[in-house]
Write a protein that binds this ligand. Structure first.
Ligand SMILES: [Zn+2]
Ligand SMILES: [Zn+2]
Length: 279
């Protein structure tokens, strides 16, 4: 007798395909013991690419550090670069393969002159040889996409106290935006408006309303200016875009959370450091 069997395979294959395509994003913990307080900035994307290196060198699982081969630095502020030297030290192995640090030419220049200068830390550039390298440096340019670890990463300028690149990370199915530190800005949102597969924006709120003037002066956001930035990306609620709040200055974290809660933004949530977002 011939039996007709309905195979579940196609469904399984579809799920597998979707699972494989999920982008995993984690804001690394930067407090001891781990908490929701954020002192430093570093995101891991798919455990392969880092966005900033504030806490990267503190990961207790050294194998996770060793899997990170590309580190993008959005700007030179210390909370974004603090453990870059520690990280490079941790993952160094003799041989030609080394970590690639990607940033604008200015930021690469600052890293060399102010961090890897032979005083604060050894001059890893000077010490690197093609056969035995501590690090390599790659210049990034605004709006020029660069492909690393299967991800297309596009630097888009934002408005901070120093020149800063937001980053848009796209795997072809999902795009996630990291505006880094920014005050009110324009071009970044215009760039995102055209990206249908945008799933999440990790946007900063550094100060509470009581420090709105200081936020404005230093190129950061407070709750009301955060809401105004969200409004610059029309239809984000209907598009299911998650606005994930990062970079709350620790001493104002609760105050900022209360004020954000009062704004009633349906698609806004506070980041959970150490949580892996599957997007
Ligand atoms: Zn900054
Ligand atoms: Zn910062």
């Amino acid at each position: 007798m011939h039996l007709s069997v309905v195979s579940p395979r196609p469904v399984t294959a579809t799920n597998e395909t979707r699972d494989l395509k999920t982008m995993r994003v984690e804001l690394l913990n930067s407090s001891m013991p781990p908490s929701d307080l954020q002192f430093l900035v570093s995101f891991l994307v798919n455990d392969a690419v880092a966005v900033d290196a504030g806490a990267l060198g503190l990961l207790a699982d050294l194998r996770r550090q060793q899997r990170v081969k590309h580190v993008f630095i959005t700007h030179e502020h210390l909370d974004h670069i603090a453990t870059l030297p520690i990280f490079l030290e941790n993952v160094y192995e003799p041989g030609p393969d080394s970590v690639e640090v990607l940033a604008t030419p200015d930021v690469l220049h600052f890293l060399h002159g102010d961090m890897f200068n032979g005083r604060v830390w050894p001059d890893f550039m000077e010490l690197s040889r093609p056969s035995d390298a501590f690090m390599s440096m790659t210049a990034i340019e605004p709006l020029k996409p660069i492909v690393r670890a299967g991800l297309t990463i596009t630097p888009v300028p934002v408005s901070h106290g120093v020149d800063t690149m937001g980053l848009v990370v796209d795997d072809g199915t999902t795009a996630v935006a990291f505006p880094s530190d920014t005050g009110p800005t324009q071009h970044f949102w215009q760039h995102l408006a055209a990206i249908d597969r945008l799933k999440a924006v990790f946007l900063e709120v550094s100060f509470p309303q009581s420090h709105a003037a200081l936020a404005s002066l230093t190129g950061h956001l407070c709750p009301t200016t955060f809401a105004a930035e969200v409004a610059k990306l029309p239809g984000s609620l209907a598009r299911g875009i998650r606005w994930i709040v990062v970079h709350r200055k620790a001493r104002y974290a609760a105050e900022i959370a209360n004020e954000l809660g009062g704004l009633g933004l349906a698609n806004m949530e506070l980041v959970r450091p150490g949580h892996v977002y599957e997007l």
